[in-house]
Design a protein around this ligand. Structure first.
Ligand code: SF4
Ligand code: SF4
Length: 167
């Protein structure tokens, strides 16, 4: 049947369908879409008040890019003197966030972190505690109600809108 030109007709029908469907492109960067609530952005949020300095995050990082220095605070407790992430070498796997036993570490949601120097990609204590960074719900689903809904279209939605199927 394909040899009779039915394949071409099907292809053209699909093309026409795309021609009249709702636009899914936007004028980036003027118009930015919301990424998933659980996006692994190119940032981290660190809660000094919850961190015990256990360094589980640093030990779990496959690239060894988390640097923590601690000192004893009297008894058995530690205080974190220094914490830094070399984000330029991070692969955003999220392992450090997942393993933190005290919910002291979160990923951020931002994705525009390009810099002219690798040194500027280091996140120090102040950067990690920046109150303007919105933490992602990745590894912390309890945060989802506070995060804007995703507007960046995903493949499944595009399929449903254009060809009316889930695959
Ligand atoms: S996201 Fe992965 S690579 Fe990046 S700091 Fe955490 S464990 Fe390391
Ligand atoms: S795993 Fe969590 S509590 Fe332990 S040092 Fe890292 S951020 Fe702090």
């Amino acid at each position: 049947m394909e040899g009779t030109g039915l394949g071409i007709a099907k292809g053209m029908a699909l093309t026409l369908k795309h021609l009249f469907r709702k636009k899914i492109t936007t004028q980036y960067p003027e118009h930015k879409l919301e990424v998933s609530r659980r996006a692994r952005g190119q940032q981290f949020v660190w809660r000094a008040d919850l961190c015990t300095g256990c360094a589980t995050c640093a030990k779990s990082c496959p690239h060894g890019i988390i640097h923590i220095e601690t000192s004893k605070n009297g008894g058995n407790k530690y205080i974190v003197d220094k914490i830094e992430f070399d984000i330029g070498r991070c692969m955003f796997c999220g392992l450090c966030v997942e393993v933190c036993p005290y919910n002291a570490l979160y990923m951020g949601r931002a994705y525009e972190q390009g810099r002219y120097s690798r040194r500027l990609l280091w996140a120090d204590r102040e950067t990690l505690m920046d109150p303007n960074i919105q933490p992602s719900a990745y590894g912390h689903p309890e945060l989802e109600p506070q995060i804007p809904e995703q507007t960046l279209l995903v493949y499944d939605q595009i399929c449903k809108e254009t060809v009316g199927k889930d695959d």
